[in-house]
Structures are given as C-alpha cells and as structure tokens.
Write a protein that binds this ligand. Structure first.
Ligand SMILES: Nc1nc2c(c(=O)[nH]1)N[C@H]1C(S)=C(S)[C@@H](COP(=O)(O)O)O[C@H]1N2
Ligand SMILES: [Mo]
Length: 530
C-alpha cells in the first residue's frame, strides 16, 4: 500500500507516525460526528416530546440554546450584531453557534483519545448545561430536558465506542489509517446529515397543522370596516404603496423559529389584577363583533429614514371589550402580554382601554395573519412602538403594574414606555441617485400613529421650508404619503423633510439614537442633479 506522498505504508509499523500526523485530525472528526449524531438524536426526540406536550418547539436543545443566547446577550453586543448583520442576525447567530459547538465537539474528540474519562466528564458538563438551559426556557414543559439528555447519551456512547476502537486497533498494530480515515469521513457526513435532516424534516412538516388551519380559515366580516383609503396613495412613481403588502412588511422578533400555533388549541388567558379571569378561545373570538382598522406599525429600532415600519389593514376585536369583561382592579396600570414563546410586552392599561381601538388582531390586509406576523392572534396598538405593544402569537394578558412587571426589552436597556415619535421619510428619489434637472417628484411617508400628521414640509439645501402635498389620512393611526414637486437645478443638493403632528407640534431635528425609546432627527438625502 502506498501513501499519497509515495512512502510505502506498512501497517502497524506506521501507526505511531500516522497518529502524530493524522491522529488529531481523525479524533477531531470523530468527535464532531459523534456529537452530530447526538444532536440529531436529541432533535428527533424533541420532535416527539414537543408533539406529546403540545409545545411549539421548546425541547430542541439547539433552539433552546439559540433562544437563550438571544435573550441573554448584552444590549451592546446585540446592537453591534444587528448593525453588522442587519436582519441576517439570526443566520449569523446560527453560524456562530455552529462554530463554537464544532470546536467543543472536535476538542472533546481529541481529548477522548488521551483522557477518555476527562472527555466523558466534559460531555456530561456540556449536556448538563444544555439540559439546564432547555428546562429553564420560558416555554419549557415538564419533559423538555429529556431529549437533550438522550442525545447526550448517544454522543457519549459513540464517542467512547469509536475512539476506543481506534485506540485498540492502534495498540494491536492493526489500525488501517487509510480505511479509518475514510470511515470517519463517512461518519462525519452521516452525522451532519443526521443533524440537518431533523430540522429540515421538522421545517417541512412544521406547523403543517397551523398552515392547514390557516388555509381553511374564512375571516368573519367586520362590523365596522376600515375607512376607504383610495386617496391615501398618491401613486408617485417609485414610491412604496400606502398599504404595505404582508409579503413586504418588516418582521422583527426574537423567535429563532416562527412559532406554529394551531388555532384549535389556542386560547388567551386574562389574569392578574382582574375581577374575573377569562379564557378566550379561537371559536369565541371569531364570534365577537370585529372591527377593521388602518394601523401603521413602527419598530423602536428604526433609524431615521429606516424601513422598520409598515401600514396594514388589521381585523380584530378591540382589547378594550375583553378587558372590560375581565374588570381590571383599581391600581393596575399595565398589561403584560405574553406570547407562546415567552416574549412579553408591557403596555399602559389606558392605551388598551381608551378609544384608539387597540386590537386583538386576527387578520392583516384581508387575510388571516401570516405565521411570521403572529398567527393566529396578535396585538396591534396605535401610537406605541411594537416592543411595548404588538405581541405576536399572544396567549396571555396579565393585568398588573409597571412597578411590579417589566416587558422583555425593559431590563435590556429599553424604555418601559414607547410612544411612537413623529417621523418622516423620503423614499424618492433614493439618496445618492442622479436625477435629471427640471421637475422632480420628491415623495415619501410621515407618521405619528397616535396624533396623525397635519403637515409635511421639504427643504432644499439651506433654503426655506416648503409645503408638501399630502395624501388622504383615512386614520390618524396610519402613515400619510406626501409629495413635493421640485424644480431641480444642476448640482449636488440635499433634501430634508419634516412633519407636523395632529396637535401642531413639529418633529424635532435633535439627533438621537433609537436606544432607549426611538430615534429622532430629520431625514436628509443627497441627490446629484444633471
Ligand atoms: N412574540 C413576539 N412578538 C413581538 C416581538 C417579539 O420578539 N416576539 N417583537 C415586537 C417588536 S419589537 C416589533 S417592532 C413588532 C414587529 O411586528 P412585525 O414583525 O409583524 O412587523 O412585533 C412585536 N411583537
Ligand atoms: Mo421593534
């Protein structure tokens, strides 16, 4: 037998040399595949356990550890990650997790060859930590940690078995490194297939129950329909539509996998400082008098000029009615809404009981909510940023106090209160573009989802503020389109916009970051006129 480098390969005699040349790599690869099989086994078991306990996907150690990292990273790291990766931050997290885990699995493989007991100790520690994380996730069920422990067992058995075999062969001088290398590569490939097959299989069947349910839903018609909005869209070429299609609507949440909730088993509990606790089922909700409202949803993380904002027609039952049935006790000033995956928002009780029509929404633009926008039921509250109000996959409303409870983002450095700040944005022309001299339509949107928009003005360079023409405002909770006809002269120019809210207050020009309660400052673009 000849090795690739031409030196004859004498079995046995070569073993020590090969061990130093290839041994570490072999053990690392074997460690990786043993761990991969363990993870695959854990995910497979989790699939079963989740199905048995009716949970969404809480028992999967990868999902639990990923979610634990998302919840635990310091706000500064999180902000840096979002800045660096944008909405790909979830993919970045998976890649980072894969790298770290790969290093641990490979490292324990190498260790197993030298100190098997120590390696087994390491495996035990890793599995124990993972099991602890799984068991303490907000959506953990009684048996949630079992799959992790089972997968850990598979990992330990394969690791000791494979590495023990190899060590035995080497000692007996019968090791056939070439064959062993090929085998370990096959094992690695099989292991990788094991870990990826489970999430892929789960993804393919994921929420098939919820998806079938969604497809067969016929939304009830609203007793009160949303006002006509035909004149809200100015139709400026290149501008975004006034009504944002669900497919183009921004998505923000901490869910690494979109929860799949079957409406048949969904219910909403109203608990806490109430006269009567309430459990509302999907069938009951569908029979309530529903209303349809235009509401623009804005994210507190939206930068000046950013696109984390969208406008849709929401169908739902005013939360006010539900809370009236529960009867909040005197002294309560907050509702802590909780989603099926444990995420929470703290909303002022008044925002849910006043006449702004905060909705327990089941429809978006005439369709059942898409899964990633909260199917089957979410909150939509005019005037408040999503992080303090717009709970998707909502399953619980706890009537409480700001001094007792905090929503998810508050201990992470964001304000407990998040009223939407007046903002305006230029969408055409795009910043940095060249435009032809002459008549140029400058257009965009302005929003203040509480007070509405009364006026928008545009300024070219350091010139005077000029009024923009406004589209209709069917609801003060919706954004408003505007257009300004500019007689553009050749050269480089800046264009700035500002909006006035329904009370006559102009948007502030003070530049502040989105942290802790929403960015301020005026959106300015630069255009070259030729
Ligand atoms: N369950 C759950 N609901 C959530 C969040 C979340 O992380 N989990 N994020 C909130 C935030 S910060 C925003 S801005 C809105 C975004 O709603 P969208 O994804 O439908 O646009 O959802 C809110 N609801
Ligand atoms: Mo947000």
């Amino acid at each position: 037998m000849t090795r690739p480098d031409g030196i004859p390969d004498l079995p046995g005699a070569q073993a020590p040399e090969r061990a130093t040349r290839n041994g570490t790599g072999w053990y690392a690869v074997t460690g990786l595949s043993a761990g991969a099989f363990g993870i695959g086994a854990a995910s497979l078991l989790a699939w079963i356990v989740d199905a048995l306990s009716g949970a969404t996907r809480s028992a999967d150690p990868l999902v639990a550890v990923g979610g634990w990292i998302v919840d635990g990273v310091p706000p500064a790291v999180k902000a840096a990650a979002v800045n660096l990766f944008g909405t790909a931050d979830k993919i970045a997290l998976w890649c980072g997790l894969a790298l770290v885990m790969g290093a641990i699995l490979a490292g324990l493989g190498v260790l197993a060859a030298r100190a098997p007991r120590l390696a087994l100790g390491g495996v035990t520690v890793v599995v124990a930590i993972a099991a602890l994380i799984v068991a303490t996730r907000p959506d953990a069920a009684a048996m949630s940690a079992l799959p992790t422990v089972g997968g850990g067992g598979v990992w330990a058995v394969l690791l000791t078995g494979w590495i023990g075999d190899r060590a035995d062969q080497q000692r007996a001088g019968t090791g056939q490194p070439g064959l062993a290398d090929r085998r370990s590569v096959l094992r690695l490939a099989a292991g990788a297939a094991a870990v990826s097959a489970v999430p892929i299989g789960r993804g393919l069947t994921a929420g098939s129950g919820a998806q079938t349910a969604r497809a067969s839903i016929v939304l009830p018609t609203a007793g009160a329909t949303a006002p006509a909005a035909a004149a809200a869209d100015l139709g400026t070429p290149g501008a975004l539509p006034w009504q944002t299609p669900a497919s183009a609507f921004f998505r923000i949440d901490t869910a690494l996998r979109v929860p799949s909730v079957d409406p048949a088993t969904w219910s909403l509990r109203v608990i806490g400082e109430v006269e009567r606790e309430i459990v509302l089922t999907w069938a009951e909700l569908l029979r309530k008098p529903l209303v349809e409202r235009w509401v623009t949803l804005a994210c507190v993380s939206n930068e000046v000029g950013g696109d984390l904002v969208g406008n849709a027609r929401w169908l739902g039952w005013p939360v006010r009615e539900l809370l009236a049935q529960a009867g909040p006790r005197a002294g309560a000033d907050m509702v802590l809404s909780r989603s099926i995956d444990g995420w929470t928002a703290g909303t002022p009780l008044t925002a849910l009981t006043d006449d702004r029509d905060a909705l327990l929404a089941i429809g978006m633009n005439g369709q059942p909510l898409p899964a990633n926008h909260g199917f089957p039921v979410r909150l939509v509250v005019p005037g408040l940023y999503g992080y303090v109000s717009a709970t998707k996959w909502v399953t619980e409303l706890k009537v409480t106090r700001f001094e007792t409870d905090q929503g998810y983002w508050t201990p992470r450095g964001w304000s407990a209160f998040g009223p939407v700040k007046t903002a305006s944005r230029i969408d055409v022309p795009r910043s940095g573009r060249e435009v032809r001299a002459g008549t140029v339509a400058v257009a965009g949107v302005a929003w203040d989802t509480g007070r509405g928009i009364a006026a928008v003005q545009v300024r070219i360079d350091d010139g005077p503020w000029q009024p923009a023409r406004l589209g209709d405002e069917p609801a003060t909770s919706a954004w408003r389109q505007w257009v300004y006809t500019w007689d553009a002269q050749p050269g480089s120019h800046t264009v700035t916009v500002r909006a006035q809210d329904g009370t006559g207050q102009w948007q502030t020009a003070d530049v502040r970051p989105s942290d802790p309660d929403g960015a301020t400052g005026l959106h300015t673009i630069t255009v070259r006129v030729v």
